[in-house]
Design a protein around this ligand. Structure first.
Ligand code: C5P
Length: 243
C-alpha cells in the first residue's frame, strides 16, 4: 500500500496512480467529544464503508453529485479527489444533541422545517457553530457556494429521510462534508454512516434508548453498538435492492 496522504479519526486516505482518484479506508476506531473519548467498534470500518457506498449511490441516482466512484474492497472506497471545505453542514429534522444543549429545546421535538447549520471544522476551536457572515469573513465559502450547500443539504435530506423511513428508521439529524473538484464543482464527500447521523429505530418505543441505532450508543455508553450498526446496514441493503 502506498504512503498515507492523510489519516483522520475514522478514515485513512491513500493516493492512487491517478491524481484525480483517492482511496479511502474506513477504520474501526471511534472517537467522540472532539476525540476526548476513544474506542473501537468491531466491524465499523466495513459497515460504514458499505452504508456510505449505498447512500452515495442512492443520492447519485437522484442527481446529487458525490465523490463516490466504487468500492474495491470491504473497507475501501475509491473517490474523486476534492479539496474539502472546512465546514460541517448539519441538517436536523428533530431536536437532539447540541441543538438541545444550546437552545433548551426538548429532545425529540419535531422541527417545523429542516434546520441547516454550518460548523467550523477546526478541532482546536472545538468545531464552533458559524453564521453566514462569519463564513464570508473567514473566506470559508463564497455566498454562491453557501447557497449551493444549503440547497444540496436540503435535497439530500429529502432523499435520505424518505429512504430511511422506508427502512423503518427515523433520520433525526446528520452531518455532511463537501469538496471542490479541479473544475470547482461542489461534490458531496466524506461519509454518511451511523457515525455521522442520528438514527432512531421506528420499531422501538419512543423515549427508549433501545431506539438509538447510531454513534450516540458509543457516546452515551448504551452498549450493543456493533449490533445497532449491523442492523442499520441490513435494513439499508435490503431496501436498496428494492430501489
Ligand atoms: O453534536 P450535534 O448534535 O451537533 O450533531 C449533529 C449531527 O452531526 C449528529 O448526527 C452527529 O453525529 C453529526 N456530527 C458529526 N461529526 C461532528 C459533529 C456532529 O458527524 N464533528
Amino acid at each position: 500500500m502506498e504512503q498515507k496522504l492523510y489519516e483522520g479519526k475514522a478514515k485513512i486516505i491513500y493516493p492512487t496512480d491517478n491524481p484525480n482518484i483517492l482511496l479511502t479506508e474506513f477504520k474501526d476506531d471511534a472517537t467522540a467529544f472532539n476525540a476526548q473519548k476513544r474506542g473501537t467498534i468491531e466491524q465499523k470500518g466495513e459497515i460504514n464503508c458499505k452504508i456510505s457506498s449505498v447512500l452515495f449511490q442512492l443520492l447519485e441516482k437522484q442527481g446529487i453529485a458525490t465523490h463516490y466512484i466504487d468500492q474495491p474492497s470491504a473497507k475501501q472506497m475509491r473517490v474523486k479527489a476534492v479539496t474539502i471545505l472546512p465546514l460541517e453542514v448539519v441538517v436536523r429534522n428533530i431536536a437532539a444533541g447540541s441543538l438541545c444543549r444550546e437552545t433548551g429545546l426538548e429532545e425529540g421535538t419535531n422541527l417545523p422545517f429542516p434546520l441547516v447549520e454550518f460548523y467550523y471544522k477546526k478541532d482546536e476551536l472545538g468545531d464552533p457553530l458559524l453564521t453566514r457572515d462569519r463564513i464570508l469573513i473567514l473566506n470559508l465559502a463564497t455566498l454562491n457556494q453557501l447557497e449551493q450547500l444549503q440547497n444540496k443539504a436540503l435535497a439530500i435530506n429529502t432523499h435520505l429521510k424518505t429512504f430511511f423511513n422506508d427502512c423503518k428508521i427515523t433520520l433525526v439529524d446528520f452531518k455532511l462534508e463537501f469538496g471542490l473538484d479541479s473544475e470547482q464543482n461542489l461534490l458531496l464527500a466524506d461519509e454518511i454512516s451511523p457515525d455521522t447521523c442520528r438514527l432512531w429505530d421506528q420499531s422501538q418505543s419512543e423515549e427508549s434508548d433501545d431506539r438509538v441505532m447510531d454513534k450516540d450508543r458509543f457516546r452515551k455508553d448504551l452498549g450493543n453498538v456493533e449490533n445497532a450498526y449491523q442492523e442499520v446496514q441490513t435494513r439499508i441493503l435490503s431496501q436498496f435492492k428494492l430501489t
